[in-house]
Design a protein around this ligand. Structure first.
Ligand code: LLP
Length: 456
């Protein structure tokens, strides 16, 4: 059951996650519901750190969990307890980390357009690293650090010109992208020179992130190789070594039964061999190697539970019949199918069914044809309103990219462990949906009555 979290299993047709039957969870917490397998989250996060440690030994740096995949105060507390670092890419994500009391010495700040306020806050609270993305930003960080009389550690985000084999929108390190400094064009080297002469900055090393949901190792290897060549050039030129290389995240997971989730040990052993070889070829000591997995930690830990609201037979032009199953969520809690053509699988979760399978499409409740969660899936022909469908592997970029489209309340996230369940992020309420509306907004223009104003 590679698409499922470690502690999920079907008992007589009923899905249980870490000892909690999802039908009971649905009754208690409502649907749609994100159910996160807490022990699985811990296990996966620890597995990446120990794989990094075993691959790189003394040169193992930090696993920075990519908050963008999914963060909440509780998750930040878990990350802290596990003892790994946190990658945040906005002031908002930083606020969550701070609210959780996350140690700032283990936070790195990303982003291609960090505001002055975000940079100032990050320096003020003492984040470990700011990953600098442009020359303007370099100047901003330097100016702000100087004004605060602090020395800020930075890394430079580099684009190694690698075509990662993933969806275009989530591939980040080829040349024509908004991120980082291109190595090939010489921009990266100019940034190195600028960073060395900027006041109150300490250049720690280079960073790259080639994309997301990647399975082929070639991209990671080529990127590492190109960054290491630049480290070697640095050493030649300045007769000193940069201590750290951060190779980003992007490790792929299974969304469908026939797919795999990358194994941390295998992945890190392979990467370590490549890095060691490349460093040896460049006459360079192996630097500290850090990584930033998001999806590979949280993605498989979470299952979304929906309740079926309606079912409908639709006759297609070719005479075939498609069974439309509408659930009580959709593109507001999982935009990935609509945005990236992402594929998922769905399972009847509340009972056994011996009914024959039929061609089904799982759709949401939004007023939009493209609100499709699963384009084609075989599901039991006796599925009816009130049944529960489970979609596994929705932990990454699900709740974190959720919206209030059509004024839908974003679902709760509950954590399950050893038969107990608790809310870690509550469901939005009608009051939340109205919270930003200014109900008594004055429309007066001095000397003009409301009616006169309307008439103009
Ligand atoms: N580090 C950096 C600098 C990143 O930009 C990202 C993801 C990560 C780490 C974590 O990547 P992961 O290990 O999760 O693949 N919304 C898209 C994915 C966007 C990824 C953006 N950056 C999706 O739903 O597939």
């Amino acid at each position: 059951m590679s698409v499922w979290s470690n502690n999920a299993k079907f008992v007589n047709g009923k899905l249980e996650i870490s000892g909690c039957a999802v039908s009971e969870l649905a009754k208690e917490f409502g649907t749609p519901l994100f159910v996160i397998d807490e022990a699985d989250f811990y296990a996966r996060a620890k597995a990446w750190q120990s794989a990094l440690n075993s691959g790189f030994g003394a040169n193992a740096g930090t696993v920075y969990y990519a908050a963008k995949a999914f963060i909440s105060v509780e998750i930040a507390k878990w990350i802290n307890e596990i003892g790994i670092g946190l990658d945040v890419c906005t002031g908002g994500e930083l606020e969550v980390a701070l609210a959780a009391g996350f140690p700032t010495s283990k936070i790195e700040l990303h982003g291609n357009n960090k505001s002055v306020a975000e940079i100032a806050k990050a320096i003020e609270v003492g984040v470990a690293t700011i990953v600098v993305d442009s020359l303007q930003e370099l100047a901003r960080v330097s100016k702000l650090a100087s004004a605060m009389n602090k020395v800020q550690s930075i890394m430079l985000r580099l684009t190694p010109g690698v075509e990662a084999h993933t969806h275009e929108a989530i591939s980040t390190a080829h040349e024509d992208v908004k991120f980082g400094f291109s190595i090939a064009s010489g921009a990266a080297w100019n940034a190195v020179v600028a960073a060395r002469s900027a006041m109150n900055l300490k250049l720690k090393g280079f960073h790259c992130h080639i994309g997301s949901q990647i399975f082929k190792s070639e991209g990671f290897e080529l990127a590492a190789d190109r960054l290491i060549s630049l480290l070697a050039k640095y050493q030649d030129e300045f007769k000193e070594e940069l201590p750290e290389l951060d190779l980003g995240g992007g490790y792929g997971i299974a969304y469908l039964e026939n797919e795999i989730t990358l194994d941390p040990i295998e992945t890190m052993t392979h990467l370590a061999n490549v890095v060691k070889k490349s460093c040896a070829a460049n006459n360079l000591k192996v630097p500290q190697i850090s990584i930033e997995p998001g999806r590979a930690i949280v993605g498989p830990t979470t299952t979304t539970i929906y309740e079926v609201g309606t079912t409908k037979e639709v006759r297609l032009e070719n005479g075939e019949v498609r069974w439309y199953i509408s659930v009580d969520g959709g593109m507001s809690d999982n935009i990935r199918p609509a945005l990236y053509g992402a594929e998922y699988s769905a399972y009847l979760a509340n009972r056994n069914s011996d009914a024959s399978l039929r061609n089904s499409r799982v759709v949401g409740k939004h007023c939009e044809t493209g609100d499709i969660l699963i384009r084609e899936v075989k599901l039991a022909s006796d599925i009816e309103p009130g049944d529960l469908l489970a979609i596994p592997a929705t932990g990454a970029y699900g709740r974190s990219m959720a919206s209030n489209y059509n004024h839908m309340a974003r679902p709760a996230v509950i954590s399950v462990i050893n038969g107990t369940a608790r809310t870690i992020l509550r469901r939005e309420s009608a009051a939340d949906l109205l919270a930003l509306d200014i109900k008594e907004s004055p429309r007066t223009i001095p000397g003009v009555t409301q009616n006169e104003r309307r008439d103009k």
